[in-house]
Design a protein around this ligand. Structure first.
Ligand code: KG4
Ligand code: ZN
Length: 343
């Protein structure tokens, strides 16, 4: 079964064709980062406009690279939630048009479910159930993946998402947007024990995260040094911050795995590209005798191949939408669109 998927939830316009949820025939991404960088973050209005301008060319390239035309497809998948509403609407309406024109089923896909599905491409044998640490720019969750389309959130951030914390701390240190990858590079040169930073706990919720106190501690560190005219080594701050975030994520993730009895673990989302997090996850999994699967670096960030993979599983679960499909800025990973037809 060949599925073309469209992804436009944030600042990447992407299209991909994936066969049977496991074989990527094409994956095309047009990134808008260069343009948003000058504003220090994603400007929603600009994102929507660029999606409109680029979506046709990106989709045509994905079809050409896959060596197929619309007629050769079996279904159209699209990210319909969560994300920037104007950006999502471009993808949803474009996918509706394709579905109508080609007479192919339309499959709505939750973006975070897509991030998790990226890991099925890294390991063809991977199958639920497993426990997943989702760390992206907008979400930080510990999720039980009970089945390909059934999820239960067991831990979540109470404030910023992990990626958001990386980006805000990077900004305070004068690094360009998006800062996660800059912190990662600086941390490799720095000393992770140079600064002691707080690791807040959420009272009564052992698997929840909170990053805002940590972020404020770094901001204070930088501002105090600036006021005193002291030279603060950015590499050391980056390394200390990264190590603290990674320890917070990994400790809670493995505690949840032990408590819930999971031996198979997965990490997904843009922050899963972080070299410190990957190393700590791998080291801890080995020490604890757990199996760990990570998406390839290229598939950690936003792409449409992961959406096509999840679309395959949503289709098999009977979730197909009609042309009344809307986009939603927020929706829980464990929620399902009420107006999906059951096949
Ligand atoms: O999953 P993603 O591409 O988009 C969302 O769905 O939000 O995640 C983007 C986030 C950004 O905050 C970015 O700074 C972060 O992932 N990120 C990283 C790294 N690469 C991307 N954070 C830390 N280290 C990295 N190497
Ligand atoms: Zn994402």
């Amino acid at each position: 079964m060949k599925i073309l998927a469209i992804e436009s939830s944030c600042d990447e316009t992407a299209a991909a064709v994936v066969e049977d949820g496991r074989t990527v025939l094409s994956s095309v991404i047009h990134s808008q980062i260069e343009e948003h960088r000058q504003y220090g973050g994603v400007v929603p209005e600009i994102a929507s406009r660029r999606h409109c301008e680029n979506i046709v060319a990106v989709t045509e390239a994905a079809l050409a690279q896959a060596g197929t035309a619309l007629e050769g497809l079996d279904a159209i998948g699209v990210t319909y939630t969560p994300g920037l509403i104007g950006a999502l609407l471009v993808g949803v309406n474009f996918a509706k048009g394709l579905s109508l024109a080609a007479g192919k089923p339309l499959i709505p896909v939750h973006h975070i479910r897509g991030h998790i599905a990226a890991t099925y491409l890294a390991d063809p044998m991977l199958a639920p159930p497993f426990l997943c640490l989702v760390v992206s720019g907008g979400h930080s969750h510990i999720v039980e993946v009970l089945d390909y389309t059934r999820f239960r959130v067991v831990g979540r951030t109470r404030d910023d998402a992990a990626g958001e914390a990386f980006d805000k701390v990077a900004r305070v240190m004068g690094m360009p947007y998006p800062g996660g990858v800059q912190i990662d590079a600086a941390a490799k040169r720095g000393n992770p024990t140079a600064h002691r930073l707080p690791t807040p706990r959420v009272e009564g919720s052992p698997y929840d995260f909170s990053f805002s106190g940590l972020k404020t501690a770094v901001i204070n560190l930088v501002h105090n040094a600036q006021q005193k005219g002291e030279l603060l080594g950015c590499d050391d701050v980056a390394a200390s911050f990264q190590q603290t975030v990674c320890a917070m994520l990994v400790t809670r993730f493995f505690a949840a795995a032990d408590a819930l009895g999971y031996d198979q673990l997965v990490c997904a989302g843009g922050v899963c590209a972080n070299s410190g997090l990957r190393a700590l996850l791998e080291e801890t999994a080995q020490q604890r005798g757990k199996q760990l699967q990570l998406p390839t670096l290229a598939l950690c960030g936003d792409n449409a191949a992961m959406i096509a993979v999840q679309a395959f599983h949503e289709y098999r679960a009977g979730r197909v939408a009609d042309l009344s499909l809307n986009a939603y800025a927020t929706m829980g990973i464990d929620e399902n669109l009420q107006d999906c037809h059951q096949l």
